[in-house]
Ligand binder design. Structure first.
Ligand code: HXC
Length: 260
């Protein structure tokens, strides 16, 4: 368990986390539970949710699960309603569900492009929209997991770059529209995080060293780096932070990690 923050900083909060079973958002969900939050997690695969629930329960945390595809608004609405019924509130929403694969633009089908936009961008909107009333009631907050791919240009990632640019637009727009309801909306843009399934799948081993040389702090990120950023943004310490996408990448996007 990370010891940077007081272990009760999220005591009394309920966090609804999409993609909360695995990867970066699985880490964020677990870290929130370790710091006092009660969890509601959703993902397409019930087995991923069950694994996270066991992990959280093993240290005495609470974890409610509801399988849903974030592309399906009615399923999202039902999952959020079930979480509200279970806990009586939702205070923090984390949009982490995402899809990715490497593909050159001239090989990518319209459906391939659309599928990633549907999961990342429309999925983020769906979850924000469906949780609005609960967040308005709790004066809660939203954390959208983004990326840095679209700050410059990232070959083989046109679909994710477009999708995450849309996520950033959602973060900014909602921070303005929903700030007046007491809802803070922020994002986190992770750089290259090595202990993820996505990175194992996307980064060929021979390119690893080459990429490492372009990371100013001299190391790949870890899921714990994103957990710490999420804990900070979710805590009262960030009470005046709204509409920001916090880049957590060791400075890499400034040099561009594209290997072309
Ligand atoms: C080209 C591909 C493809 C590939 C799928 N497609 N994989 N095209 N190369 N490798 C195309 C298909 O041909 C199809 O188009 C369309 O995409 C939909 O594919 P389906 O398999 O039917 O979609 P679905 O089952 O909904 O799967 C969604 C997925 C999948 C995104 C395609 O990869 C997935 O669910 N992945 C698991 C989640 C994931 O990837 N998580 C990692 C997130 S990491 P056609 O035209 O044939 O019908 C992340 C980090 C971003 O997001 C930042 C990275 C640095």
């Amino acid at each position: 368990m990370n010891q940077v923050f007081n272990k009760d900083i999220l005591q009394g909060k309920v966090a609804f986390v999409t993609g909360g079973g695995t990867g970066i958002t699985g880490g964020v969900a677990r870290a929130f539970a370790e710091h006092g939050a009660r969890l509601a997690i959703t993902s397409r695969k019930q087995e991923n949710l069950d694994a996270m629930r066991s992990e959280v329960e093993s240290f005495g945390g609470e974890c409610f699960t509801a399988a849903a595809d974030v592309r399906d608004y009615e399923a999202v609405e039902a999952a959020i309603a079930a979480a509200v019924e279970h806990y009586g509130q939702i205070d923090i929403v984390v949009n982490g569900a995402a899809g990715n694969f490497l593909c050159a633009a001239d090989q990518l089908s319209a459906n391939g492009f659309g599928t990633v936009v549907d999961i990342d961008t429309k999925g983020t909107f769906n979850v924000c929209r469906a949780s609005f009333e609960a967040l308005k009631a709790s004066k809660g907050q939203i954390l959208n997991i983004s990326a840095t791919l679209h700050y410059l240009a990232t070959p083989m990632q046109i679909h994710v770059s477009a999708a995450k640019a849309g996520v950033d637009a959602i973060t900014r727009n909602l921070s303005v529209e929903w700030g007046r309801h007491g809802i803070r909306v922020n994002g986190i843009a992770p750089g290259p995080i090595e202990d993820t399934e996505g990175m194992k799948r996307l980064l060929m081993p021979e390119l690893r060293e080459k990429m490492m040389r372009k990371i100013p702090v001299g190391r790949f990120g870890r899921i714990a780096d994103i957990e710490n950023a999420a804990l900070f943004l979710a805590s009262d310490a960030a009470g005046y932070i709204n509409g920001v996408t916090l880049v957590v990448d060791g400075g890499s996007w400034l040099l561009g990690t594209s290997l072309m």
